[in-house]
Design a protein around this ligand. Sequence first.
Ligand code: SF4
Length: 433
Amino acid sequence: MAKAAVSIIKVSDVYESLQESLRLSDGLAGLNVNDGILIKPNIVSWDFELPFPPYGVVTTSSVISALVRILAEHGFNNLTIGEGSLPKLRTTGHEVYEALGYKKLQERYGVKLVDFNQEEFVQVDYGDGFKLDIAKKALEADKIINVPVLKTHSQAKVSLGIKNLKGCLSKKSKQYCHGLGNEELSLTFPRIIDKLPVALTIIDGLYTLEKGPGPTGKAFKKDLLIASRDPFACDLVGAAILGYNAKEVPHLTNYAKRHGSSLELSDYEVTGESIADHQNFVEHDFEWAEDNSGPTGFQKRGITGLAIRKYDSSLCTGCSVQFNPMLILISSAFKGVPFPNVEVVCGKQQLASTGFDNTVLFGKCACHLNKNNPNIKKAITLWGCPPDLEKMAEELGKEGLECDYNEYVRFRHYLFDRYKGKEGFNLSDWSVK
Ligand code: SF4
């Protein structure tokens, strides 16, 4: 079988550029007009309470609406948009769809909107003991068009098409994917795709994001679309554009091993723009002190008496999204004097060490794991899966760590405001005209 091409298109007008992208990648070739097609965007999270900059975080509605329009013009009339955002969301997926303008696509083209979190999941057996609960609507689709964002990921390095399918899992299976040993992140989520009929991947690169996947990372304008009927090839090219050699991205090497795919870009056909012309390294990871005592920013501020252990891949997205806000909260408790000898641990494998007077256990997993840890003198348990920020501030306050929740609110405004008036950054990309 001839290899599917990967197209790279510089975006001018999204609709026209997407048409070109599909033409160069022969993107519609694997679809039949009568197919039930599921479009899977990336809506990792959303927030109606505090400002939320979606740049490089959430698939643009510009790309989704252009895609729906093109499909409708080609006679496809059985379209569904489905996603399973973070269950932590205090809103339902349907409210988010409304905010993203998808309801207009529903009215205009009859697109069905599905919030996987409110629907049925089916346990799928991969045949070797590996099982995942996958959204029934995703399994039942004739074809899936996967529309991830061109972004980095602090744990997975890059978060592209293969990773985006994690949104098709139940909360339990999402957490399971952040396991240990053979259940480690880079071994688990690349397998989701094996049971899903992904016919086309379109990487939305209108914006890209460093230190993703959430809005604490910084976004850049990129104006690219990368598309292919080969999901792996598409991710390989996306990773290269973000400056990552697939050989250094464990989930891509694991996928390649399992499928016998080449990791060499030269083995794939790239059409349109060249990779070299758009390749810029985008940082994925947060800087940490060499002795693992916390983010380097804390050191620079002169914060002492505190050791925050760096998260690992066993920290699920729910806790990851709360991790940075937790850092903001804790730093707000710094009043120029050393912290009272505090260690913070999180995830499914971090054990508290000796020599600390206080141990903060961030999240239910860390609380359970360290329940009988003899190293702990005094535990400050932040229960929750993931822990709630306001409750977190309350619990820390009880132990004399006076956090200012408003500091977090200010941080959220800062994240949002840094794109205000910035050339090329348009919130209208998350609406449907
Ligand atoms: S507490 Fe955090 S790490 Fe543990 S399962 Fe919940 S989200 Fe995942």
